[in-house]
Write a protein that binds this ligand. Structure first.
Ligand SMILES: [Zn+2]
Length: 72
């Protein structure tokens, strides 16, 4: 069975081990079709299960924007 987009996004954020990443970089890394698709997942994930959404520099593109990270 294929992993859902939600599973893939969460797995990527966990692999970043606390480093913050933006929706655009997640979309790019996972080769997803749209940033909006990624945003739905990151918004839903924030606040639960160690995921935190905040405005900070993205680890991958270095731009200051809404990012998500996972606190182990
Ligand atoms: Zn980025």
């Amino acid at each position: 069975m294929r992993a859902t987009i939600e599973d893939r996004v969460k797995a990527l954020v966990r692999r970043m081990a606390g480093a913050a990443v933006c929706d655009e970089c997640i979309t790019d890394r996972l080769d997803l079709s749209s940033v909006a698709q990624t945003a739905v997942v990151t918004l839903a994930a924030s606040g639960g299960d160690g995921f935190e959404r905040l405005r900070a520099p993205c680890t991958l593109c270095a731009r200051d924007k809404p990012v998500i990270r996972h606190k182990a």
